[in-house]
Design a protein around this ligand. Structure first.
Ligand code: MN
Length: 483
């Protein structure tokens, strides 16, 4: 059953389109040589161009164009060989030029598609309308002085990719899946770090509702939502609000709204401008951007393996389930980690350890794969110790915990703690004999047909051997002695 909002007049379909602003990874800004690095002292990375001084000329940064085209190729999108920069005119205190250089009618990237995996196992294509390059504005600092606002222009002129989706999204879940997939692709490409907390990726959420089969109704835009969870909540809250407006006989007005994450509601910010309010016109300081076929082809040939292709390969090469493959490829660091562990080993056991004990340990420690105390090489070595019967599966869990705590390699831990599996048949015989001698009642019951007791004997023997006995040998010995 498709997602719907149940109103008093029946179900309403939710229609969502997303505009994502993704900060381009580049050394310098879109039209100046100032550093684009995050976190510097205010106003230390500002050229005359970024400060909007009269007469300064913007010069396009080749690297930013390269990143935008690589992103377009990664989104299976059309690359426009000729695109153009326009001035989008409006006033804001942190935008000293009085206009933003953007791309209006002729963006560098045209239509593309992002495939998203949904929880019911289905895959849905979401259309990408366009990707264009534009400048970011500076930042107003309202918390530095009781009555004054300060301006930091470090961010002024930093390159953004605005990635616009078609209104193909039909639920909060699909909105979340789209953003996660987009972020994953950007990170694989190395074109945006996708860090929503630092604002390097933020979403404007366009929401409308309609009855099945209707034309689209008026939409509202929820501006600058800075986490995937908040986007999903904003879709739900805004759609519910609109259903209430329509059902109470009102009319939804086109406007820009803000999501209040504390109260879980959207509230009005300003009435929506139309494109003509911005008086777009081609920037006379910039020539049209013309790309050559060979250059585009070379970029395409140099793209890394992207999440969809990697997922397909993990399924065929390692025999993984679609779910495990999707989990392992979501972040490139995880995929690389897994492949190091799996190489030359049992790929399914490797997948179980990475998605199971390893992820759980990272969560518990509140850390990430990059700073994990357990390296891929060490986890692989642990699997080797099990495969060659140096330790059994039970002891492996303890060794793993010690690896998490100490960062040591598993071989050292097994040596230091004396955890080697006991395969000496003499020691196993002795332990089994002792258990049988200590439990005459249970032995009698077992011999009279209570087969389930076998597990009890295995457990007791293993316990007597401090968990280090070889399980196969213990089973074999018990069968022989009890039989
Ligand atoms: Mn924009």
């Amino acid at each position: 059953m498709a997602y719907a909002i149940e109103g008093t007049t029946g179900p309403w379909e939710v229609v969502v389109g997303l505009e994502v602003h993704a900060q381009v990874i580049s050394q310098s800004k879109l039209f100046s040589g100032s550093s684009a690095a995050f976190g510097a002292e205010p106003n230390t990375q500002v050229s005359f161009v970024d400060a909007g001084f009269p007469g300064m000329l913007p010069v396009i940064n080749r690297e930013c164009v390269t990143q935008a085209v690589r992103t377009g190729l990664g989104l299976n999108a059309v690359i426009h060989k000729v695109s153009r920069f326009d001035r989008k005119n409006y006033f804001y205190a942190d935008m000293p030029q009085g206009y933003q250089i953007s791309q209006y009618q002729h963006p560098v990237v045209g239509t593309g598609v992002i495939e998203v995996e949904l929880s019911d196992g289905s895959v849905k294509p979401i259309g990408v309308t366009r990707l264009h390059l534009e400048q970011d504005a500076g930042k107003s600092l309202h918390d530095q002085h009781p009555t004054k606002t300060f301006i930091d222009l470090n961010r002024s002129g930093v390159a953004l990719m605005e990635i616009v989706s078609e209104p193909d999204i039909r639920s909060p879940e699909e909105a979340g899946a789209y953003l996660r997939k987009l972020r994953s692709i950007l990170r694989y490409l190395g074109t945006c770090d996708g860090n929503m907390e630092e604002g390097s990726m933020r979403a404007d959420v366009n929401v409308s509702v309609r009855k099945a089969g209707e034309e689209y109704r008026t939409r509202c835009e929820v501006k600058n939502v800075n986490s995937i969870r908040f986007v999903m909540q904003a879709v739900e809250a805004e759609a519910a609000r609109q259903v209430e407006v329509w059902e109470s006989g009102g009319v939804v007005k086109q406007e820009t709204r803000l999501f209040d994450s504390n109260r879980g509601i959207t509230r009005p910010m300003r009435s929506k401008e139309d494109a003509h309010d911005y008086r777009y016109f081609p920037d006379p300081d910039l020539l049209p951007l013309v790309l050559e076929d060979d250059w585009i082809a070379a970029l395409k040939a140099s793209l890394p393996e992207l999440p969809d292709a990697k997922q397909a390969r993990f399924r065929s090469e390692y025999g993984l389930t679609p779910y495990d493959a999707a989990v392992l490829v979501a972040e490139k660091a995880t995929a690389d980690f897994y492949e190091t562990v799996a190489k030359g080993r049992d790929a399914k056991i490797a997948a179980n350890w990475v998605t199971g004990d390893f992820f759980a340990a990272l969560n518990r420690a509140g850390t990430t794969i990059e700073t994990s105390p357990v390296s891929a090489a060490n986890l692989g070595a642990l699997l080797d110790l099990m495969a060659d019967n140096t330790i059994n599966g039970r002891i492996a869990k303890d060794v793993f915990e010690a690896m998490v705590e100490t960062g040591k390699d598993p071989g050292t831990i097994v040596e230091e703690k004396g955890l080697k599996q006991v395969t000496d048949t003499g020691a196993i015989d002795a332990a089994v004999d002792a258990i049988i001698a200590a439990n005459p009642d249970k032995v009698a019951e077992y011999r009279s047909g209570k087969d389930k007791l076998f597990g009890f004997f295995v457990g007791q023997t293993m316990k007597a051997m401090a968990g280090k006995g070889n399980p196969a040998l213990i089973n074999e010995t018990l069968k022989r002695r009890l039989g």
